[in-house]
Design a protein around this ligand. Structure first.
Ligand code: AOF
Ligand code: ZN
Length: 384
């Protein structure tokens, strides 16, 4: 065993205190954007001396919040952080320097920072200062920042495809006909997903058929409203739709039409932002949409669309994760599939979902799984 490994052994208090730090980080969802969700605890043994999470508008990183609370008592204490402490100067100074200056002697970290500017260097700096560093490698901490990981490494948002469907994989009885599939018990989980996302994306077909509001109704605080995005190549979005009537600088329409067209002007007058993109086979170019959303610091997108857009996003390999809410019902023939995508082209190369999880929302159940590992090989993340 190397000196480094010997020095980084777990202690009995670690699991519970890291759990506390993770729960603090969870409370920062909606408040940390565009920074990662991070929680921190300063403790001696089992005794907590300070704790907190990073809130973008309050500037301080999680470690600093916890260190300030602990004050002089931090000397000789352990710091638990759900993300590797930063060693860079951005809006704030490096946390590594503050940790060293506070006299912390042991640092326990749940996962490395995926930001290439940090990525292990924060841990190295702490070790070089003689601090014992223990990396726990927690999946929960990674999942909490999967949006940040994708965006900071590729410049484009993390995309979760969410849909309700029957056991035989259908989302409506007929195209354009809204069909209630799952029960209301799935709604809190759906709104939790919306709360975790920076933008919600749908197609004009769904906007016309369902007249959805597409808001975050979790009741939880967020520093930036959920951006509601519609792909509408021919600008058919109705001025009297719920989306347009409720627009407060939070509705964005991507189109191939000119911003000077009468429809564009009518929507713009109602507070809808119109962005013209490249035309790809009669549709807005999905890659251009993702690049523009990434440029606007949209780290994560929830795709709540119909069969056409779901199929196009899967075919373009833009979906990172799926969240499928199954109702225990069978629709039968003639319904609308969750993704319109030619099976012979898609199925042979479609990967099995990784890290699959199934959770009950009685009488429904949710299946989650990943199509990409956003913490993996960086080259495979770059789209353009
Ligand atoms: C931490 N603790 O709580 C957070 C970290 O511009 P700044 O100074 O806020 O730095 C942003 C970067 O710091 C961000 O990209 C990420 O790498 C890291 N976030 N680090 O030590 C925190 N939020
Ligand atoms: Zn920091």
């Amino acid at each position: 065993m190397s000196a480094d490994e010997k020095a980084s052994r777990p202690l009995p208090a670690d699991a519970a205190l890291m759990q506390r730090a993770l729960s603090l980080a969870y409370d920062s969802i909606g408040l940390a954007h565009p920074n990662p969700h991070v929680g921190a605890v300063v403790a001696k043994g089992h005794q907590k001396l300070g704790e907190g999470f990073h809130e973008y508008d309050r500037l301080d990183h999680a470690e600093i919040v916890a260190l300030k609370q602990a004050g002089e008592k931090a000397r000789g204490a352990t710091l638990y952080a759900t993300l590797e402490p930063c060693c860079t100067t951005g809006r704030t100074g490096p946390c590594t320097k503050a940790i060293i200056a506070a006299g912390i002697t042991r640092v326990v970290v749940a996962t490395k920072d995926p930001n290439p500017a940090v990525a292990g260097q924060g841990l190295d700096e702490l070790k070089s200062a003689g601090i014992e560093v223990h990396l726990r490698d927690e999946e929960g901490a990674r999942r909490m920042n999967e949006g940040f990981a994708k965006w900071i490494r590729s410049g484009v948002p993390f995309v979760t495809l969410k849909t309700a469907l029957t056991l035989d994989g259908q989302i409506a009885m007929r195209p354009g006909q809204p069909t209630k599939i799952t029960s209301d018990t799935s709604q809190p989980a759906v709104h939790r997903l919306r709360h975790s996302a920076d933008a919600i994306l749908t197609g004009i077909g769904t906007a016309l058929a369902d007249d959805p509001l597409l808001t975050d109704r979790s009741g939880l605080p967020r520093r930036r409203p959920l951006l509601r995005v519609v792909l509408d190549s021919r600008l058919r979005l109705q001025a009297n739709s719920k989306l347009v009537k409720s627009a407060k600088r939070d509705v964005l329409v991507f189109t191939t039409q000119s911003p000077d067209s009468p429809n564009a002007k009518a929507l713009a007058k109602k507070g809808v932002e119109i962005v013209r993109t490249r035309n790809r086979r009669g549709h807005v170019c999905l890659d251009a949409v993702m690049t523009e959303l990434g440029r606007r610091e949209i780290l994560s997108v929830l795709l709540e669309a119909g069969a056409e857009l779901n199929g196009a996003a899967l075919a373009a390999d833009l979906v990172d994760k799926v969240a499928l809410f199954y109702a225990p019902r069978i629709m039968g023939t003639g319904g609308v599939p969750m993704a319109r995508i030619p099976a012979p082209q898609w199925f042979p190369k479609s990967p099995a979902l990784a890290k699959l999880s199934v959770s009950p929302c009685w009488p429904d159940f949710a299946v989650e799984g990943y199509l990409h590992d956003v913490y993996g090989n960086r080259r495979s993340l770059r789209k353009n």
